[in-house]
Design a protein around this ligand. Structure first.
Ligand SMILES: Cc1ncc(COP(=O)(O)O)c(C=O)c1O
Length: 324
């Protein structure tokens, strides 16, 4: 169950969480016409800090472009709104969900008069794949559901409708006693999890799938590739046949929600020693140390909320409004 915060930003206004409603016949509800982002904001010694905010915003605007949606707000405006919202909600750490969607107006496929509406929500969110997942790893399967083929649903867009496929993958996995699944592309090669990219390690070499039209180009994926290179680990991007998963020394997921989650078994076949391997551990630690502000942010990945103009003033306004 989602842990509610107090406020949501909607097209320039901050409104109570429970008032962030849409008409039943909005195109977003009817057809999944909505693009969104998932971003983590971490508690650090310097206060809340958003991980790779600019990259997430860029992907949001890319998703809008692919779906011919023109948002009313600039990146700077969304940044200020997000910072103010986190402060208003008095959250040290949270998950941020900006959404740009097609609202109420049209009923057909040509969304001429349906307005483009923008929302930002944030709320507290812990470990995605369950308690202990980051330490002990998770048991997953290969899904019987495939990811959509290239040039069907544009995988580089993070669009709500695509997540019907992700739900099929996730629900089947859970119904069969796994916490998550790895889906294959229509060509039978490894694609990604329902909301995570996949990495494997064999003989010390890190390998992940290429951007092949079936995966989301994950921001955590890009970060792990950078960290691996910093640590002198060889990285390859390319095809991963299914069986390469079973014979890997280590396999792990990356994603905003999953962070860096070791995979200890796939289809009940133990991966390596059946626990998080050394390369996974070193990359996970480096990632978590940076995002929590315990290690130097050499790549400039953290945006400290207090450093964003408008963050603190925005919060003060609401506090005085609620006190009245
Ligand atoms: C389908 C899918 N693949 C991969 C990812 C991982 O991407 P990121 O690391 O940017 O969160 C996500 C999560 O956003 C996702 O939804």
């Amino acid at each position: 169950m989602i842990r509610e915060a107090n406020w949501i930003w909607r097209d320039g206004a901050v409104i109570p969480w429970r008032d962030a409603n849409l008409h039943l016949l909005s195109l977003a509800v009817q057809f999944g016409s909505s693009v969104f982002e998932g971003v983590r904001c971490y508690a650090t010694p310097r206060g809340p800090a958003i991980f790779r905010w600019q990259e997430h915003l860029r992907r949001l605007f890319d998703s809008c472009r692919i779906y011919r949606m023109v948002p009313e707000w600039t990146a700077e405006q969304l940044t200020a709104a997000t910072a103010a919202l986190i402060t208003r909600n008095e959250l040290d750490a949270c998950y941020i969900r900006p959404m740009v969607l097609r609202g109420y107006g049209d009923a057909g496929m040509m969304p001429g008069v349906s307005p483009i509406e923008t929302f930002i929500a944030c709320w507290p969110w812990g470990t995605y794949l369950g308690d202990g997942a980051l330490e002990q790893g998770v048991d997953v399967c290969v899904s019987t559901w495939q990811r959509p083929a290239p040039n069907t649903f544009p995988a580089l867009a993070k669009a709500a409708g695509h997540y019907n496929n992700a739900q099929l993958i996730k629900m089947e996995a859970m119904a069969n006693g796994y916490v998550e699944a790895i889906a294959l592309a229509p060509n039978g090669l490894v694609s990604e999890g329902s909301g995570q990219n996949v990495f494997l390690v064999r003989d010390g070499i890190l390998r992940t799938t290429a951007v092949d039209g079936t995966i989301l180009s994950g921001i955590t994926r890009a970060s792990i590739i950078t960290l691996a290179r910093d640590l002198g680990i060889e990285v390859e991007r390319g095809a991963i046949p299914r069986e390469m998963l079973y014979t890997a020394d280590e396999v792990f997921f990356t994603g905003t929600a999953a962070e860096v989650t070791p995979i200890r078994s796939i289809d009940r076949i133990e991966i390596g020693a059946g626990s998080a391997g050394p390369v996974t551990r070193v990359l996970q630690k480096r990632f978590l140390d940076i995002v929590h502000g315990r290690a130097a942010d050499d790549h400039g990945w953290l945006t400290h909320v207090e450093s964003i103009p408008g963050a603190v003033e925005g919060a003060a306004e609401v506090r005085s409004a609620t006190a009245r």
